[in-house]
Write a protein that binds this ligand. Structure first.
Ligand SMILES: Nc1ncnc2c1ncn2[C@@H]1O[C@H](COP(=O)(O)OP(=O)(O)O)[C@@H](O)[C@H]1O
Ligand SMILES: O=C(CO)[C@@H](O)[C@H](O)COP(=O)(O)O
Length: 502
């Protein structure tokens, strides 16, 4: 009999479910898209029911179209978009749409957190209060939707809600719990100090578990809904970036992850839990027990490209549009793009900054704009790499994952801008692979993630930097790095105008 694990990657643009066998081969994959709800500038929400139905449709298709037998699915685990607030009432019914990681409405609440707890907050959570995190979202609901808040009995993160619907059990794993900024990272417990300071009942915080812990089996009602069997074990899972790091084989400090999903992430495995990036980078519990990682997040990486395609190239395929950047050249003929189109998180934590094209010339073609978008996103990753350099963190390999890693041209641009070796995976779905690996380790197929990675993680092509291009990009990055400060004031004035006139 075959035996499979399912890795559910609950992304922002879609859910992707991969079925893997014990040899680490992807035997089938299905995905299902869902929309973002952006009703005001800075707002970003999704309907949790869309996650559940999308995941279920993908599983049904694996069973019906790909002929994966339910009795052969031994385990399921998750990689989830981080930080999104799902509020449940006393009957575990969803109270309002989930407020997502890229929603920046909570600047006021972030200042309140800073004013009240100051550096104690960073000491406890290892992070600064930023708009994307879960606690500021809870405070926003408390202040702006008191009727909803008064009914709220539990909060969850996106993948935890899907897991709850599969198993009937509430819970959250440590890697995602760090991103709520309600966790005392050193003690591995929900922080009484933070809950007390903001009058959040500790009872709202779900039970904590490790990524590889079993959360229970598929319930009989979810088995009827999805076609799964009730013998299938469901494991905690991890934050998408923790799962992506596992799926990309980032299990030691000499490798760095570069992920282009809707967001963009540069991530480093951290051996030392006392490392301090002063909150400029995020610091999180890993999916690997008793391990940590740091990361810097570009809010609109793949989202920038999606926006450009939707707005200016809706009749082209992603592949064709991205490939057209080859008709331009290094530096897009002097056109620069900054990807701050929904605000930014790292290295500039600024919800009000907005994106720009600088240097637009009458001779520029669409291909120059596409190239500028691709390069601008990677320049923002380079800003984060530079923080690692400044902190004397050595690494020699960058592993690229996410939808953006489908493009060989973009992978080469990464190698040239980072001036480092960039390695792709044979399948760009690092987070889904990581989710499947969590289930495989949870089931005891492997002793640990290292052993599992030897079977599951397969590196694809290597992209080496071209020295001439790297030199030009170094020069261009220095120009790019000035745009933030020089457009900050203008962005604030324009945002004020939009808020007054919307
Ligand atoms: N052919 C392609 N070449 C380069 N980038 C692509 C391609 N197709 C999609 N993308 C980018 O990949 C992103 C989606 O990546 P994915 O990892 O699936 O995101 P998420 O996990 O946030 O749902 C899109 O936002 C898009 O910009
Ligand atoms: O906010 C963060 C990390 O802190 C994002 O990385 C989200 O976790 C969403 O990821 P994608 O949908 O882009 O994979």
């Amino acid at each position: 009999m075959n035996e499979y694990v399912l890795g559910v990657d609950l992304g922002t643009s879609a859910v992707k479910v991969s079925a893997m066998n014990r040899d680490g081969e992807i035997v089938a994959q299905q995905s299902f898209d869902y929309p973002l709800i952006q009703s005001h500038p800075g707002y970003s929400e999704q309907n949790p029911e869309d996650w559940v139905s999308g995941t279920t449709v993908a599983i049904v298709r694996l069973i019906l179209d790909d002929h994966i037998k339910p009795e052969e699915i031994s385990g399921i685990s998750f990689s989830g978009q981080m930080h999104g607030l799902v509020l449940l009432d006393a009957n575990n019914q969803v109270l309002r749409p989930a407020i997502l990681w890229n929603d920046t409405r909570t600047s006021k609440q972030c200042r309140e957190i800073e004013d009240k707890l100051g550096s104690e907050f960073v000491d406890i959570t290892k992070n600064k209060p930023l708009e994307g995190f879960t606690l500021p979202k809870m405070l926003w609901v408390k202040e702006n939707e008191p009727d909803i808040w008064s009914q709220a009995k539990t909060f969850l993160l996106p993948k935890d809600y899907v897991r709850y619907r599969m198993t009937g059990k509430l819970g959250m794993d440590y890697s995602d719990a760090t991103g709520t900024v309600l966790l005392d990272v050193k003690d591995g417990k929900w922080s009484q100090t933070i809950c007390d300071a903001f009058d959040i009942p500790m009872s709202m915080c779900p039970p904590l578990m490790k990524s590889i812990d079993s959360a229970g089996n598929v319930t009989s009602s979810y088995a009827v809904f999805s076609g799964l069997d009730t013998h299938t074990k469901v494991f905690g899972g991890a934050a998408d970036n923790a799962a992506g790091a596992v799926g990309a084989g980032i299990l030691s400090p000499n490798m760095v992850l570069s992920s282009i999903g809707t967001s963009g992430v540069v991530l480093k495995y951290e051996e030392d839990p006392t490392v301090d990036y002063h909150g400029v980078l995020q610091f999180e519990d890993h999916a690997i027990p008793d391990s940590y990682y740091s990361m810097g997040v570009t809010l609109a990486a793949g989202y920038s490209l999606n926006w450009f395609k939707r707005t200016f190239a809706s009749d082209e395929s992603f592949d064709d549009m991205v490939a057209s950047a080859a008709d331009s050249g290094v530096g897009a003929n002097g056109l620069l793009y900054t990807p701050y189109i929904v605000g930014e998180r790292a290295p500039h934590a600024d919800a009000d900054i907005r994106g720009s094209f600088t240097g637009v010339d009458g001779t520029h073609k669409k291909s120059d704009f596409v190239r500028a978008v691709l390069e601008g996103i990677i320049f923002s990753f380079k800003d984060i790499m530079d923080i690692y350099d400044e902190n004397d963190k050595q690494f020699d390999t960058v592993v690229a994952i996410g939808g953006g890693a489908k493009s060989p041209l973009w992978l080469q641009i990464q190698a040239d801008i980072f001036n480092k070796k960039v390695v792709s995976l044979t399948n760009e779905q690092g987070p889904g692979m990581g989710a499947a690996m969590i289930a495989a380790v949870g089931l005891g197929w492997f002793k640990n993630f290292q052993e599992c990675a030897e079977k599951f993680v397969h590196f694809g092509k290597t992209y080496l930097p071209n020295p001439d291009n790297a030199k030009k990009y170094d020069q261009l990055h220095k120009i790019y790095a000035q745009v933030y400060e020089q457009t900050k004031g203008i962005s604030q004035q324009l945002l004020a105008y939009r808020r007054e006139n919307n």
